[in-house]
Design a protein around this ligand. Structure first.
Ligand code: NAP
Length: 326
């Protein structure tokens, strides 16, 4: 029987790319009692409702900044998947306080209301941009990760809410990724890339969803789960998507890195490696888990998009795009 069978699940940001894909999978593969979608925009909720006509879904208009509303929405919830965020790098740079209010204060509200409502577990979505962050988006997600890790210390012993994170790279089929931009630019026969050396980690929405589904039943609270996913140079991606287009290099943008990191050398010291993923375990003294297995990593291990052992070729990437919602 599925872990999600008969559970009430709240998805913050449930109308976004991840949220909809997760919702679709839960309805298809699991048998939840109820799924609550929590987001601000009524139009996106209306469209989501049309896409998934199912009595088990409830739509809550609400902002993660609004603790009272969140508390109402979390009543009777077993699992929270926290996907709501401001995630566009330039928008977060230009509106830093808004990014802090949604990504940091919103996370604090999720932690407080989950504990107060006896939610069993909360899994928050994080990003490689949270690792050694160079932009405000990444910095807010780094703080959010820390808050979720330390959130476990507020949970108490009687009915402890467990908090963990998943951290992954660029999602091919998500809103605002480079893929829709390249598809648009392809029409003019000219693609722009910022730097020829740039590499990124890539996964499909479906892979992100399946990773979250895999982590929720095994989380004990306090871990950051990192999937093993392939890398590709952005210039190779541009060639794969538009082989005949002219590629113009426009220079690295503010807040952009040449390569992304999913696991640092310092984190590697308290990380366990499994066949398809890593688990960064907290260094906190109070943390006890019952998980066995996993291998320790060698001193100096670092998982970054340029030192990856798994690389996508053009064929693989085009297959990923076809699997995504374009
Ligand atoms: N896409 C990627 O490549 C990627 C990679 C790694 C990690 N992630 C993380 O994965 C998560 C989901 O990303 P996504 O690609 O699905 O994003 P998305 O498509 O932009 O969706 C964001 C969702 O959050 C909601 N939202 C935004 N601000 C909110 C607020 N203040 N209160 C309540 N809801 C709010 C949005 O709806 P409304 O605007 O209507 O409120 C929408 O439903 C994010 O946490 C992101 O950091 C994404």
């Amino acid at each position: 029987m599925s872990y999600f069978n008969d559970k009430t699940i709240l998805i913050t940001g449930g109308t976004g790319s991840f949220g909809r894909a997760f919702l679709k999978t839960l309805l298809r593969e699991d048998n939840p009692k109820s799924i609550r979608i929590y987001s601000r925009g009524e139009m996106l909720q209306y469209e989501t409702e049309k896409l998934f006509p199912d009595d088990r879904i409830r739509f809550f208009i609400g902002d993660v900044r609004d603790k009272e509303r969140l508390s109402r929405a979390m009543n009777g919830v077993d699992i929270v998947v926290h996907a709501a965020a401001l995630k566009q790098v330039p928008a977060c740079e230009y509106n830093p306080i808004e990014a802090v209010k949604t990504n940091i204060n919103g996370s604090i509200n999720i932690i407080d209301t989950a504990i107060d409502n006896n939610v069993d577990r909360v899994l928050a979505l994080s990003t490689d941009k949270a690792v050694h962050p160079v932009n405000l988006y990444g910095s807010t997600k780094m703080v959010a990760e820390k808050l979720f890790m330390q959130g476990n210390s507020y949970s108490g012993d009687i009915h402890p809410t467990k908090f963990s994170c998943v951290r992954y790279g660029n999602v091919v089929g998500s809103r605002g990724s480079v893929v829709p931009l390249f598809l648009e630019q392809k029409k003019s026969g000219r693609l722009t890339i910022t730097d020829e050396r740039m590499t990124r980690f890539w996964l499909t929405l479906e892979e992100g969803v399946q990773f979250v589904r895999k982590c929720l039943p095994i989380m004990t609270g306090g871990e950051v789960f990192v999937p093993k996913i392939p890398s590709m140079k952005v210039i190779d991606l541009a060639h794969a998507m538009a082989p005949d287009a002219k590629i113009e290099t426009i220079g690295i943008r503010p807040g952009e890195k040449l390569h992304e990191i999913l696991l640092t050398e310092d984190e590697a010291r308290h990380t366990k490696e499994y066949d398809t993923f890593f688990v960064i375990e907290p260094e906190l003294k109070f943390w006890k888990n019952g998980r066995t297995g996993g291998r320790s990593l060698p001193e100096g291990f670092r998982y970054s998009s340029d030192n990856n052992t798994q690389w996508l070729d053009k064929k693989d990437f085009n297959r990923m795009i076809n699997l995504s919602s374009y």
